[in-house]
Design a protein around this ligand. Structure first.
Ligand SMILES: [Fe+2]
Length: 237
């Protein structure tokens, strides 16, 4: 019996350049949204930390938009003219929405009464929830339509090289933040593959810094699965 299309996709998947980073962004967006929803507006530390978290999210998302615009869309346009246009227009809207989120954070940080703080926190929560909803839809379209366009024009090796150029353009501290969100958001198998590859290519101190950044965000079970995958001999001893 010949395999169905879904069987073929499952047994011979193409390289998905969006998969890891989009899992990271979904996780970071969800967690940040929840932190805004439960912020204690009477607690100055919690307020400051929550505002900083939203600003950090906007920074990571701005970088992500830039990477897609500068590395992925031109490659898609080379393969098929016009294939990135619709999503590129949404990126312009997202940049405007990101500016709006920063203004909402500023209103929260400068609110001068208990009532004004509560109202500003609730307004930010709603703005961010709509932004997250729109982004989830947007990322799904990229993973479906943009991947199809990329796969039609590029080999897996070419897509991995494209991703390598994006990663090389990211400052180390920012990359650590991305790894902090990406690695816990992956399945154990994906996590082991990513870190095995990273261990083979990154300097030992950089690899250790990634493990240190990630460990507090993994359950004890997930951490032991990861250690078993990375150091099977030591874990068996
Ligand atoms: Fe995008």
């Amino acid at each position: 019996m010949s395999p169905s299309l879904s069987d073929t996709t499952l047994t011979a998947p193409r390289y998905d350049i969006y998969a890891g980073i989009h899992k990271a962004l979904r996780s970071m967006m969800n967690d940040t949204l929840f932190s805004v929803g439960r912020v204690d507006t009477n607690d100055a530390n919690d307020m400051h930390e929550t505002c900083e978290r939203v600003l950090e999210l906007t920074e990571i998302l701005t970088r992500h938009l830039k990477h897609e615009n500068e590395f992925i869309h031109p490659a898609m346009e080379q393969g098929h003219l016009g294939s990135s246009l619709r999503i590129a227009e949404e990126h312009v809207q997202h940049q405007t929405a990101i500016s709006g989120l920063r203004e909402a954070v500023s209103r929260l940080a400068t609110a001068d009464s208990a009532l004004a703080k509560r109202r500003a926190a609730h307004a930010l929560y709603h703005d961010l929830s709509l932004f997250v909803a729109e982004n989830f839809d947007h990322m799904h379209e990229e993973e479906a339509k943009h991947n199809a366009a990329l796969w039609a024009s590029y080999s897996d090796a070419e897509l991995m090289a494209m991703e390598g150029k994006i990663v090389a353009s990211i400052p180390l501290a920012v990359n650590l933040t991305i790894m902090r969100w990406m690695i816990p958001a992956l399945s154990p198998g994906e996590r082991a593959d990513l870190l095995t590859g990273m261990r083979a290519s990154a300097p030992a101190p950089a690899f250790a810094a990634v493990l240190d950044a990630v460990r507090p965000h993994l359950s004890a079970l997930d951490w032991s699965k990861l250690m078993l995958a990375l150091e099977p001999e030591r874990m068996a001893a």
